[in-house]
Design a binder for this molecule. Structure first.
Ligand SMILES: *Cc1c(COP(=O)(O)O)cnc(C)c1O
Length: 448
């Protein structure tokens, strides 16, 4: 415990000239935490280092004040990654919203009547016209959409879901858990691989309110399996005066060749309610988009929970900007879709360009790889692509992967080689990627 006395006084640390141009309140708070940690370490007889305490505080200060979100080069080929922020935006969309964010706007103001307006109206008319539905509502994310719908209509009532669709997405969204939070009772029917219409029908009783279908999103059941089409569920619900609700997850609109039924297709016979994420295959900002019958959407708007789930103007603006691209067929400006529909020829061209610039120090080689949609979308669809393997003599792939990651390049290890899939690398990132590789080349890397 003698060592505790070696800890310098906080005031003394703060006087160090390296802290000259810092915010003293923040600096002090960081220092107090550092000293407390140091005390803990000494008490627990762990290793500690007093020499570097000032520089540690300084680097923590820089981390905090410079912002911890960094631009990342996604070289994994997984286009939608929740860890990497899901969908990204084309610069044109951002330019379009800047004047609306740097000035006041009529978010909740009816310019004709000179009175309070509805923030949701800005999107409703666009969504209605696009999908030919009666009404629409947008909330914070799709999890919020599920919560709001279940809470509004099925609090203290029963919701029937197929056992094959009790999904978990990204470790934090589980149908069962959302059901509980919403106060609804989950009635599971069918088996993991097969659910029939009669399973739903047999479960209906006077407490039943909703039959919910959830898109399997991040997995597929192969072999002997069957699920009930949403159209069949809608018919059954009509017969028993229940709400048919489809949690679609990704909400694919158009632009990629895949087996996924598009929203436009589904909306030819729309269920009473459906919802999907704004930042998965839709390719926009985090949001939960709800489409459906006007009387039901009006009820959702009356739920006080909506106030806690409401979206900001920035969400409304970016969703509008994305919808405009779908309407005008300007899909090149929706990067998520654009990346997923790149043809092999252009990917090969990009791989060759990148390959020609990478220093030979890395032994770059072009190989064929498979990219993925990711983000719980199109789980089994492989998108053929090209990758570049990097290898440094005597350096393990795991080590190189880590160095790249610490320099904001996220790569995959494929057949024991660090691989950069060109599909998810943006054109304007190539020069930066090369610069980073040049600087890594100049580091003295040693194996551990
Ligand atoms: C992704 C997903 C969700 C959650 O959506 P978030 O927008 O991430 O909240 C819910 N249901 C399904 C079927 C999904 O795929």
């Amino acid at each position: 415990m003698q060592d505790l006395k070696k800890i310098p006084q906080i005031e003394k640390i703060l006087k160090n000239p390296i802290f000259k141009n810092t915010n003293k309140t923040i600096l002090k708070n960081i220092t107090i935490e550092k000293i407390n940690n140091l005390r803990e370490k000494i008490k627990n007889k762990e290793n500690y280092n007093l020499e570097s305490i000032e520089s540690e505080i300084m680097s923590e200060y820089n981390n905090i004040t410079l912002g911890t979100l960094k631009p990342i080069i996604n070289a994994t080929g997984v286009v939608l990654q929740t860890n990497l922020g899901r969908s990204i935006f084309h610069k044109n969309l951002l330019d379009e919203v800047i004047p609306l964010l740097s000035h006041y706007n009529n978010l909740e103001y009816d310019l004709k009547e000179g009175k309070r307006g509805e923030r949701y109206d800005h999107l409703t008319s666009m969504l209605k016209a696009m999908f030919n539905v009666e009404s629409a509502l947008v909330v914070n994310n799709n999890a919020a959409a599920v919560l709001l719908i279940l809470n509004t209509f099925a609090k203290d009532l029963e919701v029937i879901v197929s056992r094959g669709e009790l999904i978990e997405i990204g470790g934090s969204f589980r149908i069962q858990e959302v059901m509980k939070s919403a106060g609804a009772k989950l009635i599971e029917v069918g088996s993991t691989n097969k659910t029939h219409l009669k399973d739903y029908k047999n479960a209906i009783n006077e407490h039943t309110k909703i039959i919910m279908k959830a898109h399997k999103s991040n997995f597929e059941i192969l072999g002997f399996s069957s699920e009930v089409d949403i159209k069949e569920i809608s018919k059954l619900c009509k017969e028993f005066d229940l709400i048919d609700y489809y949690d679609l997850g990704s909400g694919y609109i158009k632009g990629i060749e895949c087996n996924e039924p598009s929203l436009l297709e589904i909306c030819k016979n729309p269920p009473s309610l459906l919802s999907f994420s704004g930042d998965k295959l839709f390719g926009s900002i985090q949001a939960g988009i709800i489409l459906g019958k006007k009387d039901l959407i009006d009820k959702l708007k009356q739920n006080h929970m909506l106030r806690a789930l409401r979206v900001d103007k920035i969400t409304i603006l970016l969703l509008q900007a994305t919808l405009k691209r779908y309407i005008t067929e300007n899909i090149d400006e929706i990067p998520t879709i654009n990346m997923l529909r790149k043809d092999l020829e252009s990917l090969h061209k990009k791989a060759k360009l990148l390959h020609s610039k990478i220093p030979s120090f890395f032994n770059p080689k072009i190989i064929e790889v498979n990219s993925l949609a990711g983000g719980g979308s199109l789980p089994n669809k492989e998108f053929k692509s090209f990758g570049i393997t990097l290898q440094i003599d005597n350096i393990k792939a795991l080590k190189l992967e880590r160095i790249l990651r610490e320099n904001y390049i996220i790569a995959r290890i494929f057949n024991n080689k660090v691989t950069l899939d060109v599909r998810s690398i943006q054109d304007d990132e190539i020069q930066n990627l090369i610069n980073i590789l040049e600087s890594i080349k100049n580091m003295r890397i040693e194996n551990e």
